[in-house]
Design a binder for this molecule. Structure first.
Ligand code: ZEM
Length: 295
């Protein structure tokens, strides 16, 4: 089990305090990004946690964060994972320092730290993922394609076991970060505060006028007013569909509802595909933010 594996590596079963130490190290390095993007590794670490988990297929019970298969080719080379070598590289020194932690636990815990430190909700998390092998790599095409629409989003996320409301909640992570031409082909941030976790994604999606950008790149939208923000076709699909749009409106109007629903859906995403017997505790933990620990 994950517990036995971690115990063998460290000589004792790691406890919440041990994982809190890892969390703290991640939290400290988020802002050590210098000129990288908007000065934070947070967004790309959230994307790593998501892509490590979002390969889950409930029919075959394959994929998900358990085996951290993105370490291996061809998964590392899947187009959807372009740029994530940066995130894996940022965490590699922590894997050296805390050799008892599995990659899957490290990557998902880093995603939790990035959300919480960016001002987002507490995300319940627990340890127990184990490192797998190249044979556990899942086929290409399991992550969503931003060029498509609502039907595609449903196909992809229903396969993971999520419903329409959860799709909209998870997509709100696009409050964070930006698109990079050399990674996805798309360009730009979704919000004016890409290192803060807020419900701004929904407010902007609803309230700005969006037009197709005229440029030499894939179809994406730009806000008419400043032309400095973007939406992917899949983001835009969330207000073209009645069922999705209702939830977009609810999250735009009520940030605490968004936080509650995002936390639940993201916590579940990070646990997909991990056998119950592997968890080191039956109840997930709540990791403290850095600022909570200095008060
Ligand atoms: Zn994203 N995402 N995503 N996403 N994502 C990008 C960036 C980020 C989709 C998608 O194609 C893209 C979720 C859902 C979906 C983040 C988190 C989460 C980018 C830009 C694309 C193209 C990549 C680049 O060029 O660097 C699609 C189609 C989704 C379906 C709904 C979910 C769910 C997420 C987490 C819960 C984050 C944080 C980023 C920003 C990364 C960065 O480096 O700034």
């Amino acid at each position: 089990s994950g517990k036995q594996a971690a115990k063998a590596a460290v000589g004792k079963t790691p406890k919440l305090e041990d994982y809190q130490q890892v969390y703290n190290k991640v939290a400290q390095l988020l802002d050590e990004a210098g000129d990288y993007d908007d000065g934070s590794y947070g967004p790309v670490l959230v994307r790593l946690a998501w892509h490590a988990s979002g390969t889950y297929d409930k029919e075959t019970n394959t994929g998900g964060s358990n085996y951290a298969t993105m370490r291996f080719n061809p998964e590392a080379l899947h187009g959807a994972n372009n740029g994530l070598a940066i995130a894996r590289g940022v965490l590699e020194p922590l894997k050296k320092e805390f050799s008892w932690i599995s990659y899957g636990d490290l990557w998902t815990l880093a995603g939790v730290a990035a959300i919480q430190e960016a001002g987002g909700p507490k995300v319940p998390w627990r340890a127990g993922r184990i490192d797998g092998f190249e044979k556990d790599v899942t086929p290409d095409g399991r992550l969503p394609d931003a060029a498509q629409g609502g039907d595609h989003l449903r196909n992809i996320f229903y396969r993971m076991g999520f419903n329409d409301q959860e799709i909209v909640a998870l997509a709100g992570a696009h409050a964070l970060g930006r698109c990079h031409v050399d990674r996805s082909g798309f360009e730009g941030p979704w919000t004016f505060s890409p290192t803060s976790f807020t419900n701004e994604f929904y407010n902007l999606l609803l309230n700005e006028k969006w037009q197709w950008r005229k440029w030499n790149g894939p179809k994406q939208l730009e806000d008419k007013k400043t032309k400095s923000l973007m939406m992917l076709p899949t983001d835009y699909a969330l207000i073209q569909d009645k069922s999705f749009k209702k939830t977009v409106q609810a999250y735009a109007a009520d940030e605490s509802l968004f936080f509650k629903d995002f936390s639940a859906a993201f916590a579940r995403l990070l646990e997909l595909g991990v056998p119950t017997s592997q968890w080191v505790t039956s109840t997930p933990w709540e990791l403290k933010t850095l600022s909570e620990q200095t008060e």
